[in-house]
Design a protein around this ligand. Sequence first.
Ligand code: ZN
Length: 412
Amino acid sequence: MFKLRTNLLLFLSGISILLVSCNMNEENLTEKAVKIHDQILTVDTHCDTPMRLLRSGFNLGEKHDSREGGGKFDFPRMKEGGLDAIFFAVFIGQGDRTEEGNEKARNYVMEIFDAILTSVDENKDIAAIATSPEDAYEIEDKGKRAIFIGLENGYPIGNDLSLIEKYYGMGARYITLCHTGNNDICDSSTDSDGPEHNGLSDFGINVVKEMNRLGMMVDVSHISDPAFYDVLEISNAPVIASHSCARTLCDNPRNLTDDMLRKLVENGGVIQICFVSEYLKTPEPFPERDSAKYALREKYKNFQNLSDTEMDSARAEWYAIDREFPPELATVADLVNHIDHIVDLIGIDHVGIGTDFDGGGALKDCYDVSEMGNVTLELLKRGYTPKDIEKIWGGNLMRVFRKVRDIAEKES
Ligand SMILES: [Zn+2]
């Protein structure tokens, strides 16, 4: 009995020692993660928050609650999450490809460009507009947040190549060639009518060449597989996928296959892993939620060509469905599984982070920008070195950005 007790005590004290050392390890790791996160340049290549700026009263300088409809991003939370630089998407959904539709699209994106420039100017003590890789590091050194601009959807270019230089002049440093529908540039990976150009159109070929000439990054997220291969053949500079994941781990047309990832290495480009749960993890069936969302899409004609009031109602109803049937969100561990897969397949130099916050991105344990440090902690737990983590968080993207610009300068 005594012996049994002694053994039990010994056994129990063994467990508690183990537990203590686990906790200590966890603490050390957390401390180390905080330090690394603080020292490196952290960049997110895709965030749809600017859409919110068109709604009156949304101030990027104020802290909001993401669980109370306050969105996933504002400057105070960006600082809290230790995020140094972000690409704001000037996003426009695909509408009519007519003279009138193109004009409407041009006017709409000008409003978003203006809203971004105004908001950043109103918060110049915290943030500054960046247009080059060097800007990002300089702004970080000043203790401020760097705001880059990317145009999500080439639709507003219509069929006027000269507009690309105009958007470049307004600060845009990448263009996502299309969104969920085909446009005059290329096919989308998710157009319900299927392919139209079987890749890039002739006009699209010229768009890619013009972007190369200007030193603007071509973003292959959203485009169809044949369009991806066309872009890689035409582009003389590396490309980015600003918010996509690995199709081997989650079979979604928005993700890149292993073959595409291998081609991305030959091109020297980078894939920025996205926080959208349905691109990270095949969702469990949820018929009530799916049919409610489907009905909403039908009601608001796939959210295309809506007036501001219709858009507000559609958004409110969308969030109401989320509250009634909350989706099972992917986790930081799921996200890092994609990074692991890509690193195993093509090495450490071609992967980064592009959240899609306020465009569908949200993880259970990184629900908004204030929780970005959790990604660094998970990377550290998986054995990534500080150098690896620096590459994932921004080094790789900045290498591509520099290269795209240098190629353009050399050719001019
Ligand atoms: Zn998108």
